[in-house]
Design a protein around this ligand. Structure first.
Ligand code: SAM
Length: 414
């Protein structure tokens, strides 16, 4: 694999900007100037964790109006994908319809992403999960809103096992996750996959006398340098067109510590030890996070529910304990559950009655094997209807418009 070297004249050249245009594209100021309040707020346990039942455009405006701008460290959203489908859950109840398409879809999502960016902390990040239907126009929109240089990764995820696809094309087993940060300074705790024994033996084939497994890597890199890394070390120049990866002083230090391997013909290479690594850093191809319905994993039974291990990994990578994590297309509450487990505060929103019901089930009953689903009546003593929380399991704030509806959904959870 060839590694390119920085072309200084190309990086100085002004890059012309581009944008995606469509009918009905509003200007950013008019999007930001809206207000909203038609939702109900359900508090889980303590005040810090809220689920808003209602259209998220209202919820996002409300959060901005109530002083949450700049306070959310991480947002993950997995909105509808413009599939022109309707979805029912494990209990066969209608959950939501994914009917918007084309420019209407793009503007629907763009408005919400503009508001989400306002809510993000300066060192916060956003993950947008989509499939091949709209990922590519939405990449251009994300670049417009966050700046293309804040795109940290465009991830391909394997969502399910190989299918017996009947269409005359390649089986569709992947979707995409775009990872953007608000600025260049963002929370990042690099995630690792554990070592696979065979892979470790293959990648780190050498063993030191005291039993440490290692591999040998070059000590030079592409590109000519005129400073110390371009000069002589132990009487040797770096190979033509290359420079030393470290200064001659640092290379000498590594050599004295026994961390340089010298081949029989005098070629130096650096020893990289396996025990110095936490595991295999996760790359932008995710093969280990297939959706729960495709594995024998536990779920709430909400349709399109994502893999909780994927959300645990994202929450850990891009937030710290105590941070606010938000998912305003919450569905079965996978992001909220991962945030709760990892000691983060959470904000969820969804306008589907089935989502409200699934989120309550998640926190009340935990997850269940797909086949083991049984409904359970809601214990009224777990619910208070009030304007202040008092430690009761679920508190429904009553000042908003859809309270009766929310109340009857909560009472019928099962
Ligand atoms: C793909 S599902 C999310 C699934 C979720 N990631 C999970 O793991 O369960 C998309 C969700 O967006 C919700 N949704 C769609 N439009 C919405 C809107 N305007 N406001 C709030 N929620 C909305 C739907 O009800 C649905 O639950």
């Amino acid at each position: 694999m060839a590694t390119g070297i920085t072309d200084k004249s190309a990086s100085k050249r002004r890059v012309k900007s581009y944008r995606i245009e469509y009918d009905g594209k509003q200007d950013v100021d008019s999007i930001l100037s809206g207000t909203g309040c038609i939702f109900d707020r359900i508090i889980e346990g303590k005040e810090d964790n809220s689920f808003y039942y209602g259209d998220n455009i209202n919820v996002l405006h409300h959060l901005i109006d109530s002083g949450m701008s700049g306070k959310v460290r991480l947002v993950y959203i997995d909105p509808p994908y413009a599939t022109k489908s309707a979805f029912v859950g494990r209990n066969q109840k209608y959950a939501y319809s994914d009917s918007l398409a084309g420019a209407d879809y793009i503007e629907f999502l763009r408005e919400r992403i503009i508001l989400i960016r306002e809510l993000l902390a300066d060192n916060g990040s956003m993950y947008l999960h989509l499939d091949g239907n709209m990922a590519f126009p939405m990449k251009l929109i994300m670049d417009e809103i966050f700046g293309a240089s804040n795109c940290r990764a465009f991830i391909t995820r394997k969502k399910c096992s190989t299918k017996n696809y009947t269409k005359n094309t390649f089986g569709n087993v992947c979707d995409y996750v775009m990872f953007y940060s608000k600025t260049g300074d963002y929370v990042w705790n690099r995630p690792y996959d554990p070592w696979d024994e065979d892979k470790m033996l293959r990648e780190y084939p050498y063993v030191t006398e005291d039993g440490r497994r290692y591999k040998k890597v070059p000590i030079h890199a592409p590109g000519v340098r005129h400073g110390a890394t371009g000069g002589k070390w132990k009487g040797m120049m770096p190979p033509e067109g290359k420079h030393w990866q470290y200064t001659p002083e640092k290379l000498t230090q590594l050599d004295e510590a026994g961390d340089i391997y010298w081949s029989p013909n005098g070629n130096p290479r650096r020893k990289v030890y396996c025990d110095a690594k936490k595991g295999v850093p996760i790359q932008d191809l995710w093969l280990n996070y297939r959706d729960s319905i495709n594995q024998q994993m536990k779920t709430t039974g909400y349709p399109t529910e994502k893999n909780i291990d994927m959300l645990r990994m994202i929450v850990q990578a891009s937030s710290e304990s105590g941070d606010y994590v938000m998912d305003c297309f919450a569905g079965g509450g996978t992001t909220l559950g991962a945030a709760q487990e990892l000691g983060r505060r959470w904000i969820g929103a969804d306008n589907s009655p089935e989502s409200l019901s699934a989120v309550i089930r998640r926190f009340r009953d935990g997850l269940q094997d797909y086949g083991d689903y049984v409904s359970k009546p809601f214990d009224q003593s777990e619910l208070t209807l009030k304007t202040e929380t008092d430690g009761t399991r679920f508190s429904l704030f009553s000042e908003h418009a859809k309270t009766d509806e929310a109340l009857s959904i909560i009472k019928s959870v099962g």
